[in-house]
Write a protein that binds this ligand. Structure first.
Ligand SMILES: Nc1nc2c(ncn2[C@@H]2O[C@H](COP(=O)(O)OP(=O)(O)OP(=O)(O)O)[C@@H](O)[C@H]2O)c(=O)[nH]1
Length: 364
């Protein structure tokens, strides 16, 4: 990139490779912007070639009036290839600011770099509304989540907004059937299991020579397969990732005070436990229980499951709504792997079903 004296590109120096951050408490992203707002971070994951870059480009070029920065991380690329791009909002014009992420996979080797890149972007917060992180080959977003999903009390300047998984409609079933080398599941499973939103992309390539009813049947099957893996994810069907941005940005999927992400739990009084036909070990377990829970006992029980794997369960994702003893507040439960949070969200409404509802997504 050419340097221009008057308007030099902002290249962000990133820390050394291999510097690991083991817990979110070591992080230093604690500055709050002057107006007190936090910047939402959306993690975009998905199988090779599913359409992640297409989505990022679509978001950057859309006329949404938001200033959005993107951090790109491509495993195995040369250092210097990656960049952060910022959409200047109103005009929709792109300003490229280069954030050079060191070579490596976000989930293991460049966490520190990522944190620094985020800090650099947040420092210039007055110009930013949202940050996208596009990842490649990220089978397990849990470590990333532990970086981004910070407690509000830490006064973080950034906030995990949601995890979006882009899925290739033509190849999904093949990808689910693939043998995995590094984990006990093909990575396509894990990416869907962790997603808050699944974009079922490339639907134009699903049986294009067949008649319309057959195509919609094929799509229904795909949606069913995704729901079997993760019944809590919102599924959006797309061609070239042209989606309604209101459905993917500002989801606030991890914001305890924002319970819309748990709408499906509230609505669905009859959640079913499921398992994917492609890998019978990947399961969803749903619990619905009317009695109030003792919060301390509940925490111990949950910690036994998440931390001690007491019942042999390996939980990737868990969401729930709790009816807590001696409280008129609906409490929300969120867990990603071992990290969990239970927070009072709002008062129960008289007309709603005041049951505890919990969904576990995982193994065994
Ligand atoms: N036919 C069709 N092609 C698409 C669609 N979406 C994306 N593509 C094409 O699929 C190819 C891969 O898309 P990318 O956006 O680069 O996918 P990616 O997930 O970023 O790929 P990697 O970075 O390699 O993981 C490109 O040639 C896109 O133009 C779609 O909905 N339909």
């Amino acid at each position: 990139m050419e340097e221009d004296d008057e308007n030099p590109p902002l290249a962000v120096e990133i820390g050394e490779l291999g510097q690991q951050i083991s817990s979110s408490s070591e992080l230093s992203i604690t500055r709050r912007s002057e107006d007190g707002d936090t910047v939402g971070v959306t993690v975009i994951t998905g199988y090779l070639g599913s359409g992640k870059s297409t989505l990022v480009n679509y978001i950057l070029n859309a006329q949404h009036g938001k200033k959005i920065a993107v951090i790109l991380n491509e495993f195995g690329e040369e250092i210097g290839v990656e960049r952060a791009m910022i959409n200047e909002g109103e005009s929709g014009s792109l300003v490229e600011e280069w954030v050079e992420l060191a070579n490596g996979c976000v989930c293991c080797t460049v966490k520190h770099s990522l944190v620094q890149a985020l800090e650099q972007l947040v420092q210039r917060k007055e110009r930013l509304d949202h940050i996208l992180i596009e990842t490649t080959g990220l089978a397990d977003p849990a470590p990333l989540v532990s970086i981004l999903w910070l407690d509000e009390q830490l006064e973080s300047a950034i906030k995990l907004d949601s995890i979006i998984t882009v899925v290739d409609a033509k190849n999904l079933l093949l990808q689910l059937d693939q043998k995995s080398v590094s984990t006990s599941f093909p990575e396509a499973f894990l990416q869907i299991a962790f997603a808050d939103v699944v974009i079922l992309n490339k639907v134009d390539l699903v049986s294009p020579k067949q008649s319309e009813p057959l195509v919609s049947h094929a799509l229904e099957e795909l949606e069913k397969e995704i729901s079997n893996i993760n019944p809590l994810a919102n599924i959006i069907v797309s061609v070239r990732c042209q989606v309604d941005l209101r459905k993917i940005l500002d989801r606030q999927a991890y914001d305890a005070k924002h319970v819309t992400h748990l709408e499906s739990l509230l609505k669905d009084s009859d959640l079913k436990s499921t398992s994917s036909r492609h890998n019978s070990k990947m399961q969803t377990l749903s619990i619905s229980e009317q009695s109030h829970v003792d919060l301390e006992k509940f925490r111990s029980w949950l910690e036994e499951i998440l931390w001690e794997k007491k019942y042999g369960m390996d939980v990737y994702r868990c969401k729930g709504i709790l009816r807590v003893e001696k409280s008129d507040q609906l409490h929300t439960l969120q867990a990603v792997r071992e990290t969990y949070e239970i927070v009072p969200a709002r008062e129960w409404m008289k007309e709603e079903d005041q049951s505890n509802k919990i969904v576990f997504i995982g193994k065994s």
